[in-house]
Design a protein around this ligand. Sequence first.
Ligand SMILES: *Cc1c(COP(=O)(O)O)cnc(C)c1O
Length: 392
Amino acid sequence: MIPRLKPTIGIKELVAALHPTRRDDVERFEQDFAMLMGQKYALAFPYGRTGMMLLFEALGLKEKEIICPAYTCVVVPHSVVYSGNTPVFVDCKQGDFNMDLGKAEKAITDKTGAIIATSLFGYPVDLDKLDVLQKKYPRIMIIQDCAHSFAAEWKGRPVQKAGVAAIFGLNISKMLTSIFGGMITTDNGELYSKLRRLRDKTLHPADWKKGLRRLAYLISVFPALWEPIYGIINYLERYGLIDYFIQYYDESKIDMPVDYLQQITALETRVGRVNITLYKKIIENRKAAAKHYFSYFNDKPEFILPQQVPGATYSHFVVQVKDRNSWLKEGIRKGIQLGWLIEYSIPEMKAYGSHDPVKFPVAGKYSKSTINLPVWGGEKLATRITRQLDND
Ligand SMILES: *Cc1c(COP(=O)(O)O)cnc(C)c1O
């Protein structure tokens, strides 16, 4: 079974994890990450959502409305709520999965404090339109959610730099990983100092028990991603016998992981530093896989392709189909695990008051009709996958 996800990690990451801890492990990871993103500062957190929540506080956002996409990871509005603010959802634009910035403007009120500009699935958010919005509403802060958009560029401009700060997720399913973890980057020295102080005051230090849990998790990932084993895991997952890689969320609850206020472990940051050395290759692989898929699906009308946007980096290669379940089954039959990431429209979730789905038609449609194809193995794997799809 070809897994839908496979983190680009190997023996070097494992060795780094086992290294003795240095006092400056976290700072070294932050410096490398800031350099990678071309930003002055980076701050590490146990999860992206923890960083986001504290970022709102550092920016002085309290009891404000924060505009965010209806179609994004559910941890985003959770962070908004945990920081004492209210999420205001905006539907997607047809074609590239991102929030419709025209509709975002219409959602602005006196209480709006920030806009979360997300580059979903690696598709860069339209920075020209965002610039216009920022000029018109200078008091509103723009925060880039780059959890899917490592290296993504809008007309040559890196998306992470186009706002007060950018957030990144680094769990094992992301393009770059430190096992778990998240980062905030910024060029603003004052914001950096403030957020750093806030983080050091709010988070408990990681202890050896957390280190051990992370190490156990990392070790368990290796055999689990070996194709024959993966087939068995997939089978057990499908029949609800285990929940190995599936991230569960509760439709009706707004919550955080139990250790969301315990700092990232040094072990994770060492894994992250090694993983950074593979960054270029990781991005190249995804772009090459996407290129192959674009040409393969081009003449297959049962798949609706997204637009091809220069500067996209494809954290996921996503297509729309009429009957998702039958394609997921068909994939399994042909030895390919197709993904179904973001299978919800947040305003339709119970936890967020089940807004009228008619108001979020595009997000609703994406949540029910998208599948994604494995991109981690570059053109070579993509070619194998399309060949397997062609076979009966
Ligand atoms: C993964 C992700 C985050 C951060 O998630 P954490 O699990 O908290 O690190 C934020 N936004 C989006 C769109 C994501 O996919």
